[in-house]
Design a protein around this ligand. Sequence first.
Ligand code: ATP
Ligand code: MG
Length: 461
Amino acid sequence: MIPRASHHISRRYISKNALKVLYRLKDAGHLAYLVGGGVRDLLLGREPKDFDVATDAHPGEIKKLFKNCRLIGRRFRLAHVYFHDEIIEVATFRSLASDVHEQEETPEPAAASETSAPPHSDRKRPRPPRLLKTEEGMILRDNVFGTPEEDALRRDFTVNALFYNIADFSVIDYVAGMDDLKAGLIRTIGEPVQRFIEDPVRMVRAVRFAAMLGFDLEERTMQALIEQRERVALASPARLYEEVLKLFLLGEAEKVYHLLRKTGLFGVLFPSLGEWFETESEGYPNVWIGKALEWIDGCVQAGRQIQPHVLLAFMFGRFVESKTSDLVAVGMHPHAAIDLVLSEFFREQSARVLIPKKTALLVRDMLRDQTRFAKTSGRAPLVFSSRPGFADAYAYFRFVREITGDNQDLSAWWAEFLRHRHDAASGESIGRQPEALHHRQRRKRRRKRRRPPAAQTDPVL
Ligand code: ATP
Ligand code: MG
């Protein structure tokens, strides 16, 4: 236990809502700790992204204490306490429960009476297990409550398992997390191989925390990660998608990429892209992705929000273009070629990292739109630049010109055209033609929107 005087956490930097939750739990006689990334970040002098709370109150008890509370999660049941600008996650202390087996779970109470039971009900069916593991030990569900120490031991990394106790403002460290925080190390709690088998997503998280905090992976943790990396393919593709977004949008994507390559995780997450990087010569695609991620990092660090499809288009764009140009060379239409390459790529990719359909379509539009930059005559540039996806497509177009140095004239033309449009819109210098066209187009669009739905005017449709 590290007393208040020996650490730097001050309540001033904890959100008011988190403090409210902690105090209410404490006042109701429960243990109430701030846990996880919030404590880690406060100790490092970083601004926490969110505040998580752990307590010995059970989910039902938490719900009774907070009106603005919902219980969520099946794999991991916890309470969300809602405030108008923040959600505080409150979890009951979990046990490692490594010796609890599915068969030991208490069966659901039998139906009230034999006669009233419906003929097909299976009264012997056990209640869904609170801890569920595959034969190999991968955790599928984890709802066995435990002591604070057990709760610390079941967390992923030592630096993520520190508790801040609201009762006396001390930090409780069951896992020597403070030492690793000082040494700048990401170390699994317990045996790294076993912890990665239990939950392979922890391998991806290890990379994220190392890149985010500028820490090293502790030697045995790194070794186990390299050894067990293929198991990431066993994790849920939807969960991996969320992790991949967090990985590449934290503002340190270049570091993340190098660590993923170094550990071999990149090829597991993105098989065909990884393979392509291996086969290309002179390190060229690596230069490309390095620059693309540098661009992404620049935006994130400048506080600009990057949409997932923009990230994916920057990451995968060169790969898609290279495959597409092979098809175009044998006579396929560029759009058809992009569609074919992308649908195959997304289908294969989604077995590992599930890219939502909506996002995939936006990536497709962004890459398809690149051919429209060649059309600089007539109304085409005006129509194109008024479309909602134009800004994303243009960012990518400019980025490609900068990296390749190709088509500089075209790039200059668009820069000039858009400057002209911008000036016209702000009324500074009116370039007649673009202004006139712009208004004509906007009028037309508005008329379209006012028209009643087709089904009402034309019952035949
Ligand atoms: P971030 O700053 O990204 O929010 P975090 O450390 O708070 O980082 P969360 O995903 O918010 O990460 O999880 C909160 C805490 O829950 C972690 O710090 C860790 O203690 C625990 N945790 C999360 N995921 C796992 C996991 N897969 N296995 C074990 N413990 C986990
Ligand atoms: Mg967190």
